[in-house]
Write a protein that binds this ligand. Sequence first.
Ligand code: HEC
Length: 472
Amino acid sequence: MRAIGTALCCLLGFSVAASGEDVTFNKDVLPILQARCQSCHRPGEVAPMSLLSYDTARPWARAMKAAVIQRKMPPGGLDPQYGHFIDNYTLTQREIDTIAKWADSGAVEGDAKDAPPPVQWVDGWRTKPDVVIEAPAFAVPAKGWVENIILVLPNPFKKDTWVTSIEIRPGVTAAMHHAGIRFAPHIDGVKYGKFYWSDIKRDAAGVHIPGQPRPERVTFCDDDPSKVCAAPEANVIPDGAAAGFEGFYRPGGAPLDYAYYRSAYLIPANTDVILSLHWTPIGTAVTDVTKVGFVIAQQEPQRQLIMRSLAPRGNGGWSDRVRWRIPAGDPNWEAPPKDVIFDMDAELAVMSIHMHEHGKDMKYMLMYPDGRVETILNQPRYDFNWQMTYNLEKTIKVPKGTKLRVMSHFDNSPSNKFARDPDKDVFGGEQSWEEMDAPWIGLVLDRSVDPKTVYSENPGDEAAFWSPAQSH
Ligand code: HEC
């Protein structure tokens, strides 16, 4: 860990106080707050207080010390043993020591000359979008549930456009379970700005009723939201699930910067914007207007970055009700593995985790062709509210024939404060109280490569798939 600490220190211009020296806010603490805390702790963001200045941070000195020592803050921190990430917020031991020492030595302000320049946060946005589009307002009811909604919008770009970031910004973050974006070939007659969803049969608690089939197709509700009109998915969302989502918002997550990997994402001309929007009622009725901002690439890249979610083994992944079932009361249910074999050399840049309220932990492992196993990411304390995207400081070169296995556990016991009804089994589903088991990977590929040819998912015999030579 020392090595990363040092690398980050120099990269971000940190100066970590050596023991014996005075620790001051301006010199030592503010750089840490800028890099690790202010994205949330500033006016208008999720956290309750601002940590932008000495005056606003000073009263919180003791609380900050306690929160970082217990690794409660920043939220979503990974097991620091594995992987070097640029934005997972996990503090190094030296950063924790610096904050603790500052709090213990009178929380001194120090010399203003030592302070780094303030970060130019763009209000509301984390990126600085060149182009912004807006979804129509959606009224989220106070109670009950809202199905996952598909919305088609016109593409703001008339010609092929490479972007280095796509940021999805919900109007009411607390009510947004997820929001994803992809691009699909334009279809004449497509209706822009209408909300489409599957009419899933649910019981009073909002749980999908067993035996009632999940409708395969998205239905179309025209002007009357209660009216369900059949509209084959193919008419609306060509190349459905296979297309993946390019930009994705989840609670706590930050947008990707493709430029960091000297790559970009191509938004093809003649496509429509397809948004997947899933709101969860929060006890009061709210109206959400979600926006999407695009940062246009300065130049055409040689490499593309693609994001894909992975499905668990079984018949239909997490919707397999036989294999993918979290038993009532189980505090540590192991889900079926998510397995991938790479059919060509690739570079892994990004990993992220999407589970719902019972999600407990997730671990990514690579097995190289020689049988050597390496853990590349371990999230031992998953929290639904902090679904980070973990960007590797350096991409991992994955040779052809390498296997990736992702393992996850779920907690359906009373000790999980989010588990709504631990007396009942939990199955896969769209709602927060149902479950998902969706690791994501981001791969950097030459722009000529067809992403569909890069890897195979859940191949061959499951028992034979993972036979490590050694592990560590
Ligand atoms: C991803 C968003 C996010 C980041 C990054 C973040 N916080 Fe927080 N923080 C929150 C939220 C939300 C709360 C209030 C709810 C809670 O306590 O979980 C909070 C609460 C706190 C509290 C209140 C006391 C407590 O323990 O509940 C302290 C102190 C704190 N944060 C310190 C920090 C420090 C120091 C950093 C950086 C090293 C940091 N936070 C980074 C979101 C964030």
